[in-house]
Design a protein around this ligand. Structure first.
Ligand SMILES: *[C@@H]1O[C@H](CO)[C@@H](O)[C@H](O)[C@H]1NC(C)=O
Ligand SMILES: *[C@@H]1O[C@H](CO)[C@@H](O)[C@H](O)[C@H]1NC(C)=O
Ligand SMILES: *[C@@H]1O[C@H](CO)[C@@H](O)[C@H](O)[C@H]1NC(C)=O
Length: 321
């Protein structure tokens, strides 16, 4: 009898201890959980939007924070929330490097209109660079060489500034892309068939067919045919994505959004000078699509090689025929 009683008591004590420790842990748990992801937090005011704006570690952690700041949450530090900018590990070194790009490929920044433009080779890049010069009154003839084209590139900014640009929605992030089959064909016609270009880029003679070119670019890497997915995927939700067929309406929408659209710009875009400079790049490959993609084999290879592009930019995988 006594032994059973004793056992019951110790069982109760155990339960009590468990309960007390549970309360303690629950009391501190929010802080613990938060500090696991972010070393030190200076709390301020709380809105989901604010958390959304600055939080990038993971969706899970963001949801945890938002939940912890709900009125009925277990949060012991009242009214905590927005993570101080300094305290948050927002983009990794690797992500920042990926965003900045390398050398001549770096995105263009137009500070005046708070625009970061992620352009791509063989996707209207001449058109965009000329336009971004124009809206800033830059008269430089040089287009492609940073430092000589009068344009500002993302590589010129500090990591903290780039992070701010990426997450502050007063900055517009624009991405312009082209359908991969169209872009590869354009590269084939302009580079693949050109002996001098092939010698420079791939150390070999010109190719003879599109299929040969497609096979070659699996091993000969170059920015003119590399993937147009140049941002960590989770950042695309903050970007305005434009595609070649919509170049005109997209231009107007984008420039209107940043406050750079007016009659002068509109007239410039429709001027003969601008038209002739950019038209060949924009359309010559398009007209030849049907002629060159006359079987499914090469298209299947491209679908596979550029799977990320098709996925992120939602290009239609319908065969040309
Ligand atoms: C939390 O902060 C906001 C803005 O700083 C303030 O309006 C609100 O009253 C605060 N809430 C509490 C519970 O202190
Ligand atoms: C239109 O925009 C351009 C480029 O941003 C600017 O140079 C020009 O002064 C503007 N014109 C008018 C009439 O506002
Ligand atoms: C497909 O196009 C290539 C290149 O234009 C051409 O050489 C080939 O004969 C065409 N094949 C068919 C089946 O039309």
């Amino acid at each position: 009898m006594q032994r059973i009683f004793g056992r019951n008591v110790s069982f109760c004590v155990m339960l009590c201890c468990l309960f007390i420790s549970f309360i303690c842990v629950d009391h501190f748990y929010p802080t613990l959980r938060i500090s696991k992801n972010i070393q030190k937090i200076i709390y301020d005011s709380v809105t989901e939007k604010a958390v959304e704006k600055y939080f990038t570690v993971s969706t899970n952690s963001k949801n945890t924070l938002v939940r912890l700041n709900e009125p009925n949450s277990h949060n012991t530090v009242k009214n905590i929330s927005i993570l101080s900018q300094k305290a948050v590990a927002r983009l990794t070194k690797q992500e920042l490097q990926q965003i900045k790009g390398y050398g001549t490929s770096s995105p263009i920044v137009v500070k005046k209109y708070k625009l970061v433009f992620f352009w791509n080779q063989k996707a209207g890049c001449t058109y965009w660079k000329r336009l971004l010069q124009f809206i800033q009154g830059v008269k430089n003839k040089e287009l492609h060489v940073p430092g000589r084209n009068g344009l500002t590139h993302l590589t010129q900014f500090k990591d903290s500034e780039i992070t701010e640009m990426m997450f502050d929605n007063s900055w517009t992030k624009a991405v312009f892309v082209r359908e991969p089959r169209e872009r590869v064909l354009s590269a084939f016609l302009e580079k693949g068939l050109n002996p001098a270009r092939m010698r420079d880029m791939c150390r070999r003679p010109a190719v003879k067919s599109l299929l040969e070119f497609i096979t070659l670019i699996k091993t000969c890497k170059d920015v003119h045919w590399s993937s147009q997915v140049k941002l960590p995927r989770h950042l695309y939700k903050y970007t305005w994505i434009g595609k070649m067929p919509d170049i005109n309406s997209y231009t107007e929408k984008l420039l209107t959004k940043i406050g750079a659209w007016n009659d002068t710009v509109n007239n410039y875009l429709h001027s003969k000078e601008q038209f002739e400079k950019t038209r060949p790049h924009a359309t010559s490959a398009n007209e030849k699509l049907l002629q060159y993609y006359n079987d499914t084999k090469s298209q299947d290879i491209i679908f596979k090689m550029y799977a990320a592009d098709y996925d992120v930019f939602k290009f239609d995988k319908k065969y040309f025929n």
